[in-house]
Design a protein around this ligand. Sequence first.
Ligand code: TXD
Length: 319
Amino acid sequence: MARKKLAMIGSGMIGGTLAHLAAMKELGDVVLFDIADGLPQGKALDLSQAGPVEGFDAKLKGTSDYADIAGADVCIVTAGVPRKDGMSRDDLLGINLKVMKAVGEGIKQHAPNAFVICITNPLDAMVWALREFSGLPHNMVVGMAGVLDSARFRHFLADEFNVSVEDVTAFVLGGHGDTMVPVVQYSTVAGIPVPDLVEMGWTTQDKIDAIVKRTRGGGGEIVKLLGNGSAFYAPATSAIAMAESFLKDKKRVLPAAAHLTGQYGVDDLYVGVPVVIGEGGVERIVEIKLDAEAKQGFQVSVDAVKELLDACKELDGSL
Ligand code: TXD
């Protein structure tokens, strides 16, 4: 059986980590793509030289030529620029929208059968634009944010309860970042919902509220600490979990920015919801009942995403 092929579009901090994880897990051969001269080639060579030590067999190639992603089974997109001082959100949106156009066209031409995972910010708008530019089926284009946001939530909860992260599940909905909606009632320790744990005296409501707040600001906390750049280990690990579920047809239930067509009362938007990821890409969107508070939080998220899409449409008349 031929090896699978993964293309990392963008070979910066997350792109390099994605390639490392994919090789270590032997998910397939890896192409690192970037417009920065030498960067993808250098990272591919460095990672290849880790192979003999770690004992992984994966071919890694660095390139600035889209032809090299031909036939990729999975494309993970981190290409873009981060927000710099003095840059407005619309400036960032304008630049990354152009990047999505180039990437979408590259994927359309060379890897139209790939499962595409977008990571570039602002996530919920960029994944929508990438899908539009690529023309791929909606179920094959998805955004990564929820796995990361829920991993942050799980980490903080496990820490608070002093139990294994493995036994903590967490549920988040909505857009990435400030507007995400951690749903406490569906977050559990070994199946016991967090509100029950509060009643059992494991923690207090105040502490849970503080954890929810910290989870929402989880990205910003790391940006502040690093001083130069944003989180990359956990984001890359999260996207690899999604890629693995697709490649191995695991049918994992993961939160992801998926294209909604009426679910949750939302039409033609990408928003974070639980989905099943298997060989068919996004195979199912899980629609759960939300309480009034979660519903309201979700609506705030949806409105924020809509606003971003309107800005995208203004910036690019073809959308
Ligand atoms: O949960 C999430 N979705 C996120 C998103 C969590 C963390 C970070 N998130 C976003 O991911 C972040 O705001 C950025 O938009 C992306 C990538 O983050 P990373 O830390 O990897 O950024 P880098 O190191 O700046 O890498 C981006 C690379 C860089 O090497 C550029 O040269 C390249 O993108 N780039 C391009 N590659 C290909 N094609 C084009 N046009 C291009 N433009 C820039």
